[in-house]
Design a protein around this ligand. Structure first.
Ligand code: F6R
Length: 261
């Protein structure tokens, strides 16, 4: 695991966007795993800027989102379909047929989950999976106690996640309690993972994920088993890491040629 600590979320987001852009330029038909929530917003903004100002070309890129709420139609403003179209997909030249987000209105959830896994496989597997981190250390919506070998399936959100995500719903609206999410095994199969965590409320989860034991009670700790993970943090999110000076030292001495690799 490479731990990269940046002074603030904007610099951290810019760095993550550069890694994704480098991947797209090197392999124009890259398969990207995408996340929703607050953490990737700066990354998406920077990718849109690169598309507009630097000609970053998404025409062959394929995308697979991590998750979607069950019971919300794609056009619902709080659906992850809507979120993705607003914050990235409609603002770059992605082909609609190359965009994959689980359909939260599907009748046969297990069939959809099987098809989702098959589509990822048919696309050649995920080149990079972008991840946020829950305050309870979930990745995707793999809540504590999720199997570290899990595949795309239905999950029930924890009370903590429902509280954390209440900000995305209006007061009168009740957030769905169930989601379709890629599993931890699905995420671990991607060739590379890029996890973003910003703000002091993520500091406890970050410390457990990086320096704690691998356990299903800390789903993100499964990333310790992945050969190629970059964790990009702002300073507050890194504040509880015991070895933060060591991570900083390693990053500062990284050879230039390796910076975006
Ligand atoms: C979203 C997702 C979640 C979020 C996590 C952090 O697609 O899979 O794991 O990444 O809940 O959310 P934010 O970034 O809003 O703090």
């Amino acid at each position: 695991m490479e731990i990269i600590i940046q002074p603030d979320w904007e610099l951290a987001s810019r760095l993550a966007a550069q890694v994704l852009a480098h991947q797209i330029r090197r392999k124009p038909d890259s398969v990207l795993g995408l996340a929703t929530g607050s953490s990737p917003l700066g990354v998406y903004r920077e990718l849109i800027r690169m598309h507009r100002e630097e000609g970053l070309d998404f025409s062959q890129v394929r995308t697979f989102n991590l998750d979607e709420y069950i019971g919300l139609p794609p056009e619902h403003p709080s659906s992850y379909h809507c979120f993705m179209h607003e914050h990235l997909l409609d603002q770059v030249n992605l082909k609609p047929s190359n965009i994959h987000i689980p359909n939260g209105m599907t009748k046969d959830i297990s069939l959809l989950c099987r098809h989702y896994e098959e589509s990822i496989e048919r696309a050649g597997g995920l080149d990079i999976q972008l991840l946020g981190l829950g305050t309870n250390a979930h990745i995707g919506f793999n809540e504590p106690s999720s199997s570290l070998a899990s595949r795309t399936r239905i999950k029930t959100l924890s009370e903590r996640t429902l509280r954390d995500n209440a900000r995305f719903f209006s007061d009168s609206e009740e957030a769905p309690r169930h989601v379709i999410t890629m599993g931890i095994g699905t995420i671990l199969d991607s060739r590379r993972c890029l996890l973003l965590a910003f703000g002091s409320k993520k500091a406890g989860a970050v410390a457990k994920m990086v320096e704690g034991a691998v356990t299903a009670m800390v789903p993100a700790s499964a990333l310790q088993l992945h050969p190629r993970v970059q964790v990009i943090l702002d300073s507050p999110a890194a504040s509880l890491l015991e070895h933060r000076r060591y991570y900083q030292w390693v990053f500062d001495h990284k050879p230039d040629w390796q910076r975006l690799e």
